[in-house]
Structures are given as structure tokens and as C-alpha cells.
Design a binder for this molecule. Structure first.
Ligand code: GRF
Length: 213
């Protein structure tokens, strides 16, 4: 095995490796993960998903990982609703390091990221959010957009920092809000844009950190 678990991210990229390695955290059905895994399988992603972790034992993203032959694991989140317990987040860090990941991709992970992960992967955690940030941070951003009556919605890929949906923006896609839209129809349109945007930005991000290493 090439990657004995780096003491800091970036160390595992070496000649002979196919590209940077990333871990995925998700709480839901995993449609964004599917888009990434299909791009990886199709040879267009550049980076390689090597582990999938979920705070929800029944999340669709876990069987999806199995479908793609990628190790998946449930990590018990502890007693809090909006964040992982510190020891649970330390466990996630350990699993990601053991898998030799260079960066981390949040794909519908519904908890706020805290110090253990931020410290372990500084500037190396990406998230996709279903709005044109900085507008409509937080939950059900598509519904917030609809209720605000804006003519345009979309999605944003950004780096994760200690705030909620506040990190540096790496890319955005826009979609129209159409007459008669419901929260569901708008979210579905945004998700189609997400599935194109996330693989594209991860391809670029992998190239950037590949050059840094
Ligand atoms: C997406 O809308 C994403 O923007 C948000 O959570 C949702 C995850 O969906 N962060 P999926 O599990 O990838 O289908």
C-alpha cells in the first residue's frame, strides 16, 4: 500500500498514485456522491474517493458506497443534534487518516464541522450548498430562495471553515426560479446543477493540491 496514513494531508500524493484521495461524509441519499463516483469510474474526476462515512446508520449513501466498491462506515454521532460529539469527530479524523485521504468532501452532511476535523484538514474540506452563497445559508436554502421571491437560485461549492456555509467560494451554478415552482421542483433543478458542479470543482481542486504536493 502506497499510503500509510499521512501525518498531514497532501503527503499521500506520490509518483505512481493515480491522484489525490478523498473521503466523503454524508447523511442522506448520496446523489452528489453518486455523481462524483460516476465521474471517478468514468475516469474524469482526477481524484479518487476512498472512504464514505455517515452519521446516519440508514443513510442511502452507505449502500451506494458499497455499490461502487468503496468502503463505507457509520460513525455514531453522539448526543448532539447539530454537531458530532468531539470523540466521534476524532474517530472520523482517524478513519480518514487511516484511509490516507488528502482532502474531505461533504456531500449532504448535516452536521456542523468542528475543530478536530478543521485542524486535521485545514483548507482541505469542501462542501456543496444549495444556494448562491452568501445568500440563504443554513437549512432548506432552496425554500428560503423561493420564499424570498428571487428570480434565480443555484448552488455553491465552498471550503469549510468554522462558520455555517461561510468558507471561501470555489464555484457556483445558477438555475432559474420558474413560475409555479414548488420547493421540491426548485430543489430538484438545483440538484441537477449540483451534480455537474461538484465533480467539476473537485477535478480542479485535486489538480491544485496535486501541484502543491
Ligand atoms: C444537497 O442539496 C446539498 O446541496 C446539501 O445537501 C443535499 C444532499 O443531497 N448540502 P444528496 O444526499 O447528495 O442527494
Amino acid at each position: 500500500m502506497n499510503n500509510p496514513g499521512p501525518s498531514r494531508p497532501g503527503f499521500s500524493i506520490s509518483p505512481g498514485n493515480r491522484g489525490p484521495r478523498f473521503g466523503v461524509l454524508g447523511s442522506g441519499k448520496g446523489s452528489n456522491f453518486r455523481a462524483l463516483a460516476e465521474a471517478w469510474r468514468g475516469g474524469t474526476l482526477g481524484s479518487e474517493p476512498v472512504i464514505v462515512l455517515s452519521d446516519i446508520e440508514t443513510a442511502g449513501i452507505l449502500p451506494l458506497a458499497e455499490e461502487f466498491g468503496i468502503p463505507g462506515q457509520f460513525v455514531s454521532p453522539g448526543p448532539f443534534r447539530t454537531k458530532m460529539a468531539p470523540e466521534a469527530e476524532e474517530e472520523i479524523v482517524r478513519l480518514l487518516r487511516d484511509a490516507g485521504v488528502d482532502f474531505v468532501v461533504l456531500a449532504g452532511f448535516m452536521r456542523v464541522i468542528k475543530e478536530p476535523l478543521l485542524r486535521a484538514f485545514p483548507g482541505r474540506i469542501l462542501n456543496i450548498h444549495p444556494s448562491l452563497l452568501p445568500s440563504f445559508r443554513g437549512l432548506e436554502a432552496w425554500r428560503q430562495a423561493l420564499e424570498a421571491g428571487v428570480p434565480e437560485a443555484g448552488c455553491t461549492v465552498h471550503l469549510v471553515d468554522a462558520g455555517v456555509d461561510t468558507g471561501a467560494i470555489l464555484g457556483q451554478s445558477r438555475v432559474p426560479v420558474l413560475p409555479g415552482d414548488t420547493a421540491e421542483s426548485l430543489h430538484a433543478r438545483i440538484q441537477i446543477a449540483e451534480h455537474e458542479l461538484y465533480p467539476r470543482i473537485i477535478r480542479e481542486f485535486g489538480q491544485t493540491i496535486g501541484k502543491e504536493s
